[in-house]
Write a protein that binds this ligand. Structure first.
Ligand code: ZN
Ligand code: ZN
Length: 290
C-alpha cells in the first residue's frame, strides 16, 4: 500500500494567505506574484470573511477560499474553508453563524475545512476532538511564530494529544501570510492530485493525499507487510510519532539520511512521520492508520 506514491506528481501549494481584502499588507495581485515567483502550483487567498474567486495567475491555480473565526471564553477557532466554486460558499454572517453550521455547509458544498493554527488559538485537545466534520489541521502556521507572533507556529504537540484522544487530523503546513516580511513562501503542502484543478486538489486534500513541508520531501511512504518504508530527500532526522508516549528509537539521526524502515511496536495504532533537514526545516506525513 503506497501512502506517498513516487510515480505520482506532487503539486506545491499554500492554503492560507491574506491580502488587502482583509488585514494582509499586499494586494491579491502582489500576493499571487510572490507565490508564483517562488514556484507554487496553487494558492488559496483566504481573507477573513471574504471569499476569494477561483482564477489562474500565470498558470498558478488560485483556489476559492476564506477564513472564518469564532470566539470562545479561553480560545478561538479559525477555520480555513476552500470551495469548488466561490458561489458555493455559504452566505454566513460574522458573529451570527455557529462554527458547526459553517463546517456542515462547507462539507455539503464539496469544500475542504482546515482548523487553522491550533496552538496560536490556544485550542484544548477536548475542543479539537469535538470538531466533527473537520479532517485537517495546520500542524505548522508560519505567521504564528516569531518574530511575527509568539512561539506558537508549531501545533504538533497539541495535535498529538488530540490524536491520542481519538481525533487524528491530517496535517497541513501553511504560511497564513499577512505582513510579507519573510513569513510568505515558507510552509506548504505537496498534494498528489490527479491534475491541477480545483476539484482534483480538493478531492486529494479530503482524501489525505498530501504531506506538509518547509523543504524536505517524502519521496515514498509505503507499507509492506508489517513494515512502513519511508524514503526522503537527504535529511538529518527521521522521527516516528504515535499515540504511545514512549517508544524506543523513535528518532533516527544521522547525516544525509534518505530511508528508514519502521516496524510499528506493540500498541501503536497510528503513526506519523516527521523529518528534518540540517537547517531545521521540517516535513510532516499524515497519520498512517495501522
Ligand atoms: Zn487565523
Ligand atoms: Zn489567517
Amino acid at each position: 500500500m503506497k501512502l506517498i506514491d513516487p510515480n505520482l506528481k506532487c503539486f506545491k501549494g499554500n492554503t492560507h494567505a491574506h491580502t488587502t481584502l482583509s488585514d494582509g499588507r499586499v494586494s491579491p495581485e502582489e500576493c499571487m506574484r510572490q507565490y508564483k515567483a517562488a514556484g507554487y502550483d496553487f494558492l488559496a487567498l483566504t481573507d477573513h470573511w471574504h471569499v476569494g474567486e477561483e482564477r489562474s495567475f500565470q498558470g498558478m491555480l488560485v483556489l476559492p477560499g476564506v477564513e472564518y473565526d469564532f470566539m470562545f471564553p479561553s480560545q478561538t477557532l479559525h477555520l480555513v474553508c476552500l470551495y469548488p466554486d466561490a458561489k458555493l460558499a455559504p452566505a454566513v454572517k460574522r458573529r451570527e453563524t455557529p462554527h458547526e453550521a459553517v463546517i456542515e455547509m462547507t462539507n455539503q458544498a464539496g469544500g475542504a475545512v482546515i482548523a487553522a493554527h491550533p496552538a496560536w488559538s490556544l485550542n484544548t485537545p477536548e475542543f479539537l476532538c469535538s470538531l466533527e466534520g473537520v479532517s485537517m489541521a495546520e500542524v505548522y502556521n508560519t505567521v504564528s511564530g516569531e518574530p511575527f507572533n509568539g512561539p506558537r507556529a508549531n501545533s504538533e504537540s497539541i495535535l498529538d494529544v488530540a490524536a491520542a484522544n481519538g481525533k487524528a487530523f491530517n496535517l497541513i503546513a501553511a504560511d497564513d501570510a499577512h505582513f510579507y516580511q519573510g513569513e510568505q513562501c515558507v510552509s506548504y503542502i505537496m498534494v498528489q492530485a490527479e491534475e491541477l484543478t480545483v476539484p482534483a486538489i480538493l478531492k486529494a486534500l479530503n482524501q489525505g493525499s498530501f504531506f506538509a513541508s518547509q523543504g524536505p520531501e517524502f519521496r515514498s511512504i509505503r507499507r509492506e507487510g508489517d513494515e512502513i518504508i519511508i524514503e526522503t530527500s537527504p535529511v538529518s532526522r527521521i522521527t516516528v510519532c504515535s499515540e504511545k508516549y514512549w517508544i524506543g528509537g523513535r528518532c533516527m539521526q544521522g547525516e544525509g539520511l534518505t530511508e528508514r524502515v519502521y516496524r510499528p511496536q506493540a500498541g501503536e495504532k497510528r503513526v506519523r512521520i516527521r523529518i528534518a533537514d540540517e537547517m531545521g526545516r521540517m516535513a510532516w506525513s499524515n497519520p498512517i492508520i495501522l
